[in-house]
Design a protein around this ligand. Structure first.
Ligand SMILES: C[S@@+](CC[C@H](N)C(=O)[O-])C[C@H]1O[C@@H](n2cnc3c(N)ncnc32)[C@H](O)[C@@H]1O
Length: 252
């Protein structure tokens, strides 16, 4: 996937050359191309900001340099244009997975108090927020988005299965992990995981996914459609059976 990054601070993307994403770039699976918006300003002092019409605090990123940078970025590159913005739809695992299927993306990083709305109206296909808080610029948000979606590009993670088994993939949180030693400071790893019995391990993991989600993210849990097996794992089937037995006994 080819990603062009429109930013006033191209140097902020240096961390992406480390670790898994750095390897993905070297392997040609991911190409990250920061484009300096300031290089396109026609202002003689190289300014890209001005005070807001109507007054108020802060400065506004002017439309001209961003517009010209986008003309440059889109030449021969018809990619989806995403603005990182606290006003956007909150990033989810689902959206990251969908965006990972795009051949290319243009990510626009804002700065200052805001961006001249005309540049947004002219260019932006979608606004994405990484959460309900305000950052100083869109660069960190863009890096979060890139990291989240790159995991779903085939070949980026060594083990193809790892992205599909993670939290949120089925609307559930992931099960807990354990590794050697089996005993640590008197705490044992769950015997199910040490049993070597595939079915037992699967069942333990599914139960933990369900209970972790119920406990830590009741909002996610409320939206789940539980299968019969899930209900059995949660003890809900047992409770239902006992309730109906009690009801029948009371009716007799
Ligand atoms: C200081 S913020 C501007 C906030 C704006 N005044 C507001 O209240 O909505 C500057 C830039 O940081 C980025 N940004 C800030 N918070 C963000 C978030 N939660 N998600 C994505 N981008 C964010 C955007 O690109 C934004 O244009």
């Amino acid at each position: 996937m080819r990603i062009k990054l429109l930013t006033l601070f191209p140097e902020m993307f240096a961390p992406l050359s480390a670790s898994i994403l750095g390897r993905a770039e070297k392997a040609g699976l991911l190409s990250l191309e920061p484009i300096d918006i300031r290089a396109f300003t026609k202002d003689k002092h190289r300014r890209c900001d001005d005070s807001p019409f109507g007054g108020g605090p802060g400065m506004v990123l002017t439309a001209q340099p961003l517009h010209d940078a986008l003309l440059h970025a889109t030449r021969g590159f018809a990619a989806r244009r995403v603005l990182l913005s606290p006003k956007g739809r909150t990033l989810t695992q689902k959206r990251a997975t969908e965006l990972a299927k795009e051949e290319g993306l243009i990510l626009i990083c804002g700065h200052y108090e805001g961006i001249d709305q005309r540049a947004i109206d002219l260019w932006v296909d979608e606004e994405i927020s990484i959460g309900d808080y305000v950052l100083t610029g869109g660069e960190l948000a863009a890096m979060v988005l890139i990291d989240a979606l790159a995991r779903h590009i085939p070949g980026v993670l060594g083990d193809g299965a790892s992205a599909s088994e993670e939290s949120f993939m089925e609307g559930l949180l992931e099960y807990p992990h354990y590794t050697r030693p089996a005993e640590f400071l008197g705490l044992s790893a769950p015997e199910e995981l040490l049993s070597g019995a595939h079915k037992r391990i699967e069942s333990w993991r599914r139960e933990k996914m369900l209970t972790e989600t119920r406990e830590k993210r009741p909002d996610l849990f409320a939206g789940l459609e539980l299968s019969f097996d899930d209900r059995v794992l949660l003890g809900l089937e047992e409770k239902r059976r006992r309730r109906s037995q009690n009801r029948e006994a009371n009716e007799e």
